[in-house]
Design a binder for this molecule. Structure first.
Ligand SMILES: [Zn+2]
Length: 310
């Protein structure tokens, strides 16, 4: 029996055993193993793959059968249970991005799946280019993937320390991983993001060091006419990043051939912050001070976009 089949079976059993259907306000109800309190359960969410793990201490191999889970399977694509060295792990894979809302009483643990927009006024997805064994542009032993990530982590720092918690921000990566293009665009589409911004860095076509420098932003020219769409967002990003960094404005670039751009349902902008093939710009891009300015520019762009009605 799959986890979802077991859930359906439990619901049926519960209905047959009692006159009335067991009622609770949440989507799912887990029973706490004897001696385990609700606060001992740990929830881990991987938004990029829409995977939610709930770790239950002292849940053994038979837990799923001994303590039947009840509730609705809405939005759950797959449900499994595994026992691992003293822990039981209930794993959900959901059809979209959800925030878990949980509560508990003496006997039960309750789970609800909230959409990002039920939790936040606005939703932004930030993508650091490349990662893992895909370094992107490489110059003088410096990988583009690391600069892209450093900038995104500076941006994350700004959001994390902001008083304003009305904006939900999801990141395709915050470490040296390399999510698939499908997962990157999927995070934006499955969270119904209001904005999708990707951070990259440029190099000349030949890859040789040159005088060419400055910031470019890519957008989806096939959706260029959409009001509050990709082209307007790209313009805002270009203006705000160059205003903060003082880099030269090299204009907008058509980017429909880029998978994450053409696949994004949200207004999307891919910022090529600077040229790694320009020595001055490469030195800048490596410095924390400059990375912080870039991050502030992207942050300002996001705030301006929302102020302008995105
Ligand atoms: Zn790149």
């Amino acid at each position: 029996m799959t986890g979802l089949e077991l859930l359906a079976y439990n619901n049926k059993q519960a209905k047959e055993e009692s006159e009335e259907e067991p009622e609770f306000d949440s989507q799912l109800r887990l029973e706490l193993p004897l001696g385990v309190a609700g606060q001992d359960l740990e929830i881990a969410e991987d938004y990029v793959t829409q995977t939610i793990d709930i770790r239950i201490p002292y849940a053994d191999e038979e837990y799923f059968y001994d303590y039947p889970m009840l509730g609705s399977s809405d939005h759950i694509d797959s449900l499994s249970y595994e026992n691992e060295s003293g822990y039981g792990i209930v794993e959900f894979i959901t059809d979209k991005v959800y925030e878990i809302s949980s509560s508990y009483d003496e006997n039960y643990f309750y789970i609800d799946f909230l959409t990002p927009h039920e939790v936040y006024d606005k939703v932004v997805v930030i993508d650091a280019g490349h990662g893992g064994n895909a370094p992107g542009a490489t110059k003088q032993g410096i990988y583009e993937k690391d600069i892209d990530l450093d900038i995104v982590l500076e941006l994350k720092e700004i959001f994390d320390t902001s008083e304003d918690k009305s904006i939900g921000v999801y990141y395709t990566r915050t470490d040296d991983s390399n999510p698939s293009f499908e997962n990157r665009a999927g995070l934006a589409n499955k969270s119904d993001a209001d904005l999708f911004i990707s951070i990259h860095n440029n190099s000349t076509q030949s890859g040789r060091m040159s005088n060419i420098n400055g910031t470019q932003v890519m957008y989806d020219e096939k959706k260029a006419d959409v009001e509050h769409g990709t082209k307007g967002l790209a313009e805002i990003c270009l203006e705000e990043v160059t205003a903060m960094t003082g880099s030269s404005n090299k204009g907008l670039v058509e980017g429909n051939e880029i998978y994450i751009i053409r696949s994004s349902e949200a207004p999307v902008a891919l910022i090529e912050v600077g040229f790694m093939t320009n020595q001055t710009e490469l030195n800048n891009l490596r410095s924390k001070e400059y990375q912080m300015k870039v991050a502030q520019g992207v942050y300002n762009a996001i705030m301006r976009a929302f102020a302008e009605g995105y």
